[in-house]
Design a protein around this ligand. Structure first.
Ligand code: CMC
Length: 389
């Protein structure tokens, strides 16, 4: 990255998009983009996906170690207790137009949640931990509540006996959640919980670095996640599979997309130069769900399109492979989640990483304030208003 104090020098060594720029250390997650591995606090996601619950992963990221039985019970209970939304927030959700983008609603709701939290401005570690739990629980409740309200349904009270994933499906549908569906969602939540300095986490850390509050940091993160180059790629990937429509159409759609230089959504990554390890797991979960699902169409389309991407020279040369959002799409769809809600489910998982990163930032804070190379004119003469063309 350019390190010059003179902002009118060469731009040759500038890292546009901060590509490959390391700005700090982290103990939260390690992304190995060459070998295709992801670790949370030293544990491979391969191990966590096989053995862990979402609550264990949250504890691991927040506290730095896997919980013992008593700690896990405490984290579960803490998350379950925080699921209830304050009536003031529910009233606000009722007043939001049902046509609003769910990610925009979530962004506003998180900001509003801060007004009801007496600890909102407290940056003491214990208070921040409380808020991390509260936000993790309440983001799930907000998503379920908004979805039900926009469908004209009444809210479903949370159940403290269910885990985070199962309770979310229960609040969304009002029905006893299917164990396979709950575990599939839980796997999704585990796999997306943290990912080093992705754009939304960076946004959270930049905000936190000014010593602003946690709600502001998470609101900023949600705003960053909302973009289609980041979290909304899961929704866009699903829309793309729907546009393709059938397995028979995949090849012609792919050729046309290439000719039009369209981006394949859910493909490509700034760090992974091989298949995203999360995509491998999510593909497996989607395949398992499909064994009992009636409609295999979307996963079949995704599998066929992956085959074409993987055998195409353009994608090979650029090391473009399916990323986490690619197989998230058929997976979340099979779980009955509305397509425009997909990115909020990403946020429902990543809230753990965002809050853990804010805590890490505050443990050794330094204002994040990079430079930009000014490339416009300087010392222009002042032209009085009446003389301007
Ligand atoms: N389809 C077709 N071509 C692509 C794609 C794609 N999805 N992604 C990158 N390229 C091409 C790009 O046109 C460029 O080609 P050339 O060298 O000829 O100009 C080359 O690959 C490098 O692309 P880039 O834009 O410089 O790469 P980047 O690191 O800035 O972008 C990315 C990474 C994820 C934004 C990009 O791959 C992309 O837009 N993918 C589609 C959106 C997506 O799936 N986003 C989710 C990202 S991962 C999970 C998450 O954050 O949520």
């Amino acid at each position: 990255m350019s390190n010059t104090s003179n902002t009118t020098g060469s731009t040759d060594n500038m890292a546009k998009g901060l590509e490959d720029v390391v700005i700090t250390t982290t103990k939260l997650s390690k992304v190995d983009g060459i070998a295709g591995h992801l670790y949370y606090r030293g544990y491979s996601i391969d191990v966590l996906a096989q053995h862990a619950s979402f609550e264990e992963v949250a504890h691991l990221l927040w506290f730095g170690h896997l919980p013992n039985k008593a700690e896990l019970q405490a984290t579960r209970e803490r998350l379950a207790r925080e699921r209830y939304l304050t009536p003031g927030l529910v009233d606000s959700l009722r007043n939001i137009p049902s046509t609003a983008s769910p990610m925009a609603v979530l962004r506003s709701a998180v900001s509003l949640l801060g007004h009801y939290d007496p600890e909102a401005e407290d940056t003491n570690h214990e208070a921040v931990m409380d808020k991390a739990c509260r936000l993790t629980a309440q983001i799930a409740s907000v998503i379920a509540a908004f979805e039900r309200l926009r469908r004209g349904q009444e809210l479903v009270e949370p159940r403290e006996d269910l885990n985070h994933a199962a309770n979310f499906l229960y609040m969304l549908t009002g029905e006893e959640p299917d164990p396979a569906a709950s575990r599939a969602l839980e796997m999704y939540l585990i796999l997306l919980a943290d990912h080093e300095f992705n754009a939304s986490t960076f946004a959270a850390r930049v905000t936190a670095s000014t010593m602003s509050d946690l709600y502001s940091a998470v609101t900023a993160a949600i705003g960053a996640l909302k973009g289609p180059l980041h979290g909304a790629a899961n929704q866009k990937a699903m829309e793309q599979f729907m546009e393709i429509g059938s397995v028979e159409n995949v090849r012609s759609w792919f050729e046309k997309a290439k000719a039009e230089r369209r981006r394949i959504m859910g493909v490509g990554h700034r760090v992974y130069k091989v298949l995203d390890p999360r995509a491998r797991h999510l593909r497996e979960v989607a395949l398992q769900l499909n064994e009992v699902a009636e409609d295999h169409r979307w996963l079949d389309i995704a599998l066929k399109l992956e085959e074409l991407v993987e055998s195409d020279p353009y994608f090979n040369e650029r090391q473009l492979h399916p990323n986490v959002d690619y197989y998230s799409a058929p997976l979340l769809y099979t779980l009955g989640i509305p397509v425009d809600l997909f990115t909020t489910i990403f946020a429902m998982s990543r809230i753990v990483g965002w809050t853990a990163h804010v805590m890490e930032q505050w443990a050794d804070n330094r204002l994040i304030r990079p430079r930009a190379q000014y490339v416009g004119p300087i010392d222009l003469p002042w032209v009085p208003l009446e003389q301007r063309g």
